[in-house]
Design a protein. Structure first.
Length: 123
């Protein structure tokens, strides 16, 4: 009786670094506006796969990670400013900014293009 090593575990394609995985992260971010935890899951996936994909997809992972952290910063500032009523308008602007960044990323990803300036704080 010979012991054969188990076959390597095959993962679904969406877990592997690349275009499909980056698209999943964008979708999780957008779902995170309704279901908060999915945004965190998207962040973890982006961190895990950054540096592994290579090519233009790397810019998308950088863009996604920065979108999360900058959005969180803007969100905290808007919550603090809600005592002055301007925070409500700012919170809406942050949500629009977040959605626009995700849509820009999805469109570039579908065209097979890198994000032009992944280090940007704006759009």
């Amino acid at each position: 009786m010979t012991d054969t090593p188990p076959a390597p575990r095959q993962t679904d394609r969406w877990l592997e670094p690349g275009q499909t995985n980056a698209l999943v992260v964008y979708i999780l971010y957008l779902a995170g506006l309704v279901i908060g935890i999915s945004g965190l899951i998207g962040l973890v996936i982006a961190y895990i796969n950054r540096g592994k994909a290579g090519g233009f997809v790397e810019t998308h992972y950088t863009w996604q990670i920065r979108t999360f952290w900058i959005g969180l910063l803007y969100g905290v500032v808007s919550v603090l400013l809600m005592f002055l009523a301007i925070g409500f308008v700012l919170a809406f602007a942050v949500a629009v900014w977040f959605i626009v960044r995700c849509i820009i990323g999805i469109q570039a990803l579908q065209r097979g293009e890198p994000i032009k300036n992944p280090e940007s704080w704006l759009i």
